[in-house]
Design a protein around this ligand. Structure first.
Ligand code: PLP
Length: 457
């Protein structure tokens, strides 16, 4: 047996299996251990300060050290640390949060099903879609269509919905009955001479061809993020969702909006559905729902689906689905307080005031020789690095230059994330304009370092 050192790093390497990590490389590189956070800043075990340019994983919307959330969690822990929602049991935090979400929903919604993560939320969605179609006497209508590069999580069903090869490879996924249609990334998949609107028309036509080929009577639902996040911050082309929704309506297919990243302000409206005119039957939300202070997600379900689910549970005696920690009272209390803070501090006005500056600063990189495309909306965006601006050729191997830039950004005190060679930005929603300037000043330095690196490749 090898000797494990006393340091946190060596114990991490010895004992922790990380998500999304090359564990062989990790043995050499070791972990980056964070120990504190305040506002938009986090601090590592050497005391170095970083701007959290990704709000963790697109989630710490209110930043770190928000005392109101800490107080509410502490009070709820003292009052009722745990209770569940099975067999009709309930508690006020879950009831209040469900009511608040129904009030806030971008389209009329009827009921809320709580889960602990985005992945669990989307697994709930898949099961409700199946349960619903059995309830309404259409047992053959079960297939679900998602999109290439869509990200919906990592549990067995949600990883199947996810349209990224790394989430399928060697996991024997996707499961049967889940299909992936075209990715609506105009810069990458638009054809020569094709306008953005024409590209959107083609994406909708490709979706319809898939539905017709499978048989509309077998296709139950379509799921989409308003803006694709982990697939590379892909903003939908103009007219895309209106054309997609027309196809879904024509073939009586449920529409699911995955608002796990977009929900609660990220795209400049409270919901991505509002930014892009989506009218979904179900919505999954998580992340900024509790500012990530505690795990919680929610599936909002419209009347059409929830009525059928309620009736069927009466007919067969139960809705046989639920999680021990669904709507956990402490998480629900924190989420409710998060939503109160958004309202009281008028977070939407703050985002409205600051987002144009973020998008303008991002756009300023469009002419940079290493940058192929800049994309974004609200307080989310990406800069895609390319080897050749004219041909849009990517660097080889994919991700190497992006990884270098993200490493340099870290050196300069900025945490960002690379998605292949797209560099994503998703700062805490509370970021001030001065702090936003610091994000880009640090990024400028990292980009400059990367120019020299890329030239040497
Ligand atoms: C759009 C979207 N859906 C679902 C998920 C999965 O959420 P979780 O990691 O909480 O399971 C994510 C995570 O990033 C996401 O971005």
């Amino acid at each position: 047996m090898s000797q494990v050192g006393n340091s946190s790093a060596s114990r991490d390497i010895a004992y922790v299996m990380h998500g999304y990590t090359d564990h062989e490389a990790h043995k050499v590189q070791g972990p980056h251990i964070l120990q504190g956070g305040k506002g938009i800043y986090v601090y590592d075990d050497t005391g170095k300060e970083f701007i959290e340019g990704m709000a963790g994983l697109w989630c710490t919307s209110l930043g770190y050290g928000e005392e109101r959330l800490i107080d509410v969690a502490t009070q709820q822990l003292r009052k009722l640390a745990y209770s569940h929602l099975f067999a009709g049991k309930s508690h006020d935090p879950a009831i209040d949060l469900a009511e608040r979400l129904i009030e806030m929903a971008p389209v009329p919604m009827s009921k809320v099903f709580f889960n602990n993560s985005g992945s669990e939320g989307n697994d709930t969605v898949v099961k409700l879609v199946w349960y619903y179609n059995n309830a309404v006497g259409r047992p053959e209508k079960k297939k679900i269509i998602s999109r290439i590069k869509g990200y919906h999580g990592v549990t067995v069903a949600s990883a199947s919905l996810t349209g990224l090869p790394n989430n399928h490879r060697d996991f024997d996924l996707p499961i049967a009955g889940i299909l992936h249609t075209s990715c609506p990334h105009y810069y990458r998949f638009g054809q020569a001479g094709e306008s953005e609107e024409d590209f959107a028309t083609r994406c909708a036509a490709e979706l319809e061809s898939m539905i017709l080929e499978e048989g509309p009577e077998t296709v139950a639902a379509f799921i989409a993020e308003p803006v694709m996040g982990a697939g590379g911050v892909i903003v939908p082309p103009k007219t895309y969702f209106e054309k997609i929704q027309a196809v879904l309506k024509k073939h009586d297919i449920l529409f699911i909006a995955d608002e796990v990243i977009c929900g609660f302000g990220r795209t400049g409206s409270m919901w991505g559905c509002e930014t892009y005119g989506l009218k979904p039957d179900m919505i999954t939300c998580a992340k900024a729902l509790s500012s990530a202070y505690l795990p919680i997600s929610a599936v909002l379900i419209n009347e059409k689906v929830s009525d059928a689910v309620v009736k069927n549970s009466g007919k067969i005696g139960t809705l046989g689905h639920g999680y021990t920690y669904m709507g956990h009272p402490v998480s629900a209390a924190v989420a409710l307080e998060t939503l109160k803070i958004y309202e009281e501090r008028d977070i939407m006005s703050h985002i409205g005031a600051i987002a144009p500056a973020m998008q303008k600063r991002l756009q300023s990189y469009a002419d940079h020789p290493l940058v192929g495309e800049v994309r974004g909306v609200g307080l989310v965006g990406a800069v895609e690095l390319v080897a050749d601006k004219a041909t849009k050729d990517s660097f080889e191997p994919a991700g190497k230059v992006g990884a270098f830039l993200v490493d340099r950004a870290k050196e300069h005190g900025l945490i960002l994330r690379k998605i292949a060679d797209a560099i994503a930005f998703s700062p805490p929603l509370i970021i001030s304009s001065k702090e936003l300037d610091s994000v880009f000043d640090r990024f400028d330095q990292a980009l400059e370092d990367t120019v020299a690196f890329a030239a040497g490749l």
